[in-house]
Design a protein. Structure first.
Length: 321
């Protein structure tokens, strides 16, 4: 069995590698060559932690396995990240455990890659202002990945605690772009692309605040009850997602569907746009929304890429199980 420890991940895989892996697996999902198994996510009754499994199989790449982990809210006081995970890959021909891979950085990179894929395929070509809602740890990964997809000229941001926006301002400065802290009305008026990356259980952005032609990547809602944008905004948009089943149950679309404002039949897999079986954006005035719920196949795709890179570079740790 190969082990790729968390400390080795940053030196092995790039955001561009993750983008390619996620783009390919979304396409495979839309071709029905890859599928996710049912997600398990439970409050364990200890340390206020949520723990679970995401798993699946891609018949094209033969990626088979699971990501095990969750959210420990007290970890920050221990000098650890709150999200902790490990990816286990299995040989599709024999069932033997092929690899164990540190999953913390990979989760951040694959989440950012998913929103970047949506920007590549759904944002207007002339998009120039990028709006960020949320300034937590994940926000910098989202921002960096997004800036690679369009020649943005300005970054604007809103966060419930404005001081945290400094981390986004630093990324913008590194890229030679101006950054401005704005209120939500200003953000909606200016932004061509909006990324939401919060853990909110109440809608932050309203339909009346978003102008025609905007692309939204809603990346924070991955649990029943969470909500980043108003259900009316979801209903007003053309909705795309990584997986429809998750979108309507634990994703941003759950509220619009629950209120009868949107049906599952009205949601499109982003992989269909990648495969060119769906046109994606149909006009410059259309509001497009990507509901990024996070699927196990994303984790397997990036972990497989890491293992291949580790083997090629001779730094994979090989042990007998």
């Amino acid at each position: 069995m190969i082990i790729v420890p968390e400390r080795a991940i940053a030196g092995l895989i790039s955001p561009a590698d993750c983008f390619t892996a996620v783009e390919k697996v979304f396409g495979s999902m839309a071709r029905k060559s890859a599928y996710n198994f049912p997600v398990i996510r439970e409050a364990i009754g200890h340390a206020d932690a949520l723990y679970g499994f995401k798993s699946g199989f891609d018949r094209e790449s033969l990626a088979l396995g699971l990501k095990s982990g969750g959210f420990w809210p007290g970890n920050i006081d221990k000098g650890l990240t709150n999200h902790q995970s490990t990816v286990f890959l299995f040989d599709a021909d024999s069932g033997r455990c092929r690899a164990a891979v540190g999953g913390n950085l990979l989760t951040a990179l694959r989440t950012a890659a998913a929103s970047a894929v949506s920007i590549k395929y759904l944002a207007r070509p002339d998009a120039r202002v990028l709006g960020m809602i949320g300034a937590g740890h994940q926000s910098t990964f989202q921002l960096k990945a997004a800036l690679d997809q369009r020649p943005f000229e300005k970054v604007i941001g809103w966060n419930i605690e404005p001081a945290a926006l400094e981390r986004l301002a630093s990324v913008a400065k590194e890229r030679g772009l101006p950054f401005e802290s704005v209120d939500l009305d200003q953000l909606g008026r200016q932004a061509d692309v909006i990324i939401t990356i919060t853990s909110s259980f109440e809608p932050i952005l309203k339909a009346a605040q978003v102008r025609p032609g905007t692309h939204l990547a809603c990346m924070g809602t991955d649990t029943k009850g969470k909500q980043e944008v108003e259900a009316e905004l979801v209903a007003a948009a053309t909705v795309f997602t990584d997986e429809i089943a998750q979108s309507i149950t634990i994703g941003e679309a759950q509220h619009a569907v629950g209120r009868g404002l949107l049906s599952a039949d009205g949601i499109v897999e982003i992989g269909a746009v990648i495969n060119r079986t769906d046109p994606g954006r149909r006009s410059d005035d259309e509001i497009t929304l990507f509901d990024g719920t996070g699927v196990g196949l994303q984790d397997l795709a990036v972990a497989s890429a890491v293992v291949d890179l580790a083997v090629a570079r001779g730094i994979a740790i090989d042990v007998d199980l």
